[in-house]
Design a protein around this ligand. Structure first.
Ligand code: SAM
Length: 333
């Protein structure tokens, strides 16, 4: 996940809301796997925990693993050492996937002395060796981030969606998005003149735009919109809930298990529970697991403020101070 480094944001724009569809469902939370729990929040090592899960029990494994970048929760090592350390966990993740299940692996770049190593390129052969089949390499584009000076600034990461077999869940209707031209018609053939689109909307494609750190950009520096980002916690690289929601809705059915083996502050668990799935989230850092628990409790009370799924990415109107050419630049021109 790209880093989020500041706390400025928008919250009074009407784009952020507590979900109206979650009203005190009384989820049962546990810390180790058991059939009676709606959500398992486990503090501990991924390999050890996932090894204890039953085979073929998980409909969706979705995660953003550590990137070996030296974040507060990791010690960077050589790329091959990092991959070698994770490899046994990947085998366990594939073992626990159900036969019609999916694995979504969201990664960016590992960077060493300015050289870029795209992590999906390294993970693809590892999952392929374990028998998975790639369905999409999704580009997640975000508009803001660090500005590079010796290469082009990075503005996307990727999500590799693999399935365990050719017989897999894909609920496209659950994630359709509004068509740009819903009234478009077939222009030739037997259906000429008939509406060509789907009334439920179009396929969202493999290019996704979800906010990660819009609150960093300064575009939100507008009177009355300065307060903490609704989803932002102390975690340096958390998932936007809506990114996970799209995968949960498309790739699983109600009641299914969704596992995030590097669960951080529980964004995947929130996306799962909010949509009637069961959640398992593992992280070695107890402070993140504690925040995940609080976020789930807030969700249960209808008090967790999240960006609504499908909200268009904010476009500046041009009136914002930050969207205007600074006076210093226009002087003397
Ligand atoms: C990129 S973050 C994931 C953040 C998460 N998607 C969220 O929305 O909060 C990776 C997480 O993996 C955890 N982690 C790293 N190595 C681990 C291990 N061996 N076992 C369990 N958790 C680990 C870190 O503590 C960190 O929270």
């Amino acid at each position: 996940m790209p880093s989020a480094q500041s706390t400025l944001n928008s919250s009074q724009t009407g784009q952020w809301d507590a979900p109206a569809d979650v009203t005190n469902p009384r989820w049962k939370l546990g810390s180790s796997f058991g059939p009676s729990f709606d959500a398992v929040l486990h503090t501990g090592d991924t390999y050890k925990f996932v090894s204890s899960l039953p085979s073929e029990s998980i409909a969706l494994v979705i995660s953003s693993p550590p990137y070996n970048l030296g974040k507060e929760y990791e010690v960077p090592t050589k790329l091959q050492t990092y991959l070698g350390t994770l490899k046994p966990s990947l085998a366990q993740l594939v073992r626990v996937m159900s036969s019609n299940g999916s694995l979504c692996w969201q990664v960016g770049n590992y960077v060493e002395r300015g050289e870029v190593f795209p992590l999906d390129v390294y993970y693809y052969p590892l999952f392929k060796e374990l028998g998975l089949q790639l369905r999409n390499r999704i580009v997640w584009h975000f508009g803001h981030g660090l500005h590079a000076s010796r290469r082009f600034s990075g503005r996307y990461e990727t999500l590799l969606w693999f399935t365990k077999s050719n017989d897999y869940n894909f609920n496209l209707d659950a994630v359709r998005v509004p068509a740009k031209y819903p009234g478009k018609t077939h222009y030739r053939g037997p259906k000429r003149g008939q509406i060509s689109g789907n009334p439920l909307g179009k396929n969202p494609s493999d290019f996704w735009e979800f906010l990660q750190d819009e609150w960093n950009s300064g575009l939100w520096d507008i009177p009355n919109v300065k307060s903490n980002h609704p989803e932002k916690t102390i975690h340096p690289c958390q998932f936007p809930v809506e990114l996970v929601e799209r995968c949960v809705l498309a790739l699983t059915n109600p009641g299914d298990y969704v596992l995030d083996p590097y669960g951080g502050v529980g964004s995947a668990a929130i996306a799962a529970l909010k949509n009637g799935r069961r959640a398992i989230s593992v992280d070695k850092e107890s402070k993140y697991v504690e925040i995940a628990r609080h976020r789930i409790q807030d969700l249960e009370r209808g008090q967790l403020v999240m960006r609504k799924l499908g909200t268009p990415v904010y476009q500046p109107s041009g009136k914002e101070k930050a969207a205007r050419i600074p006076a210093e630049w226009s002087r003397g021109q």
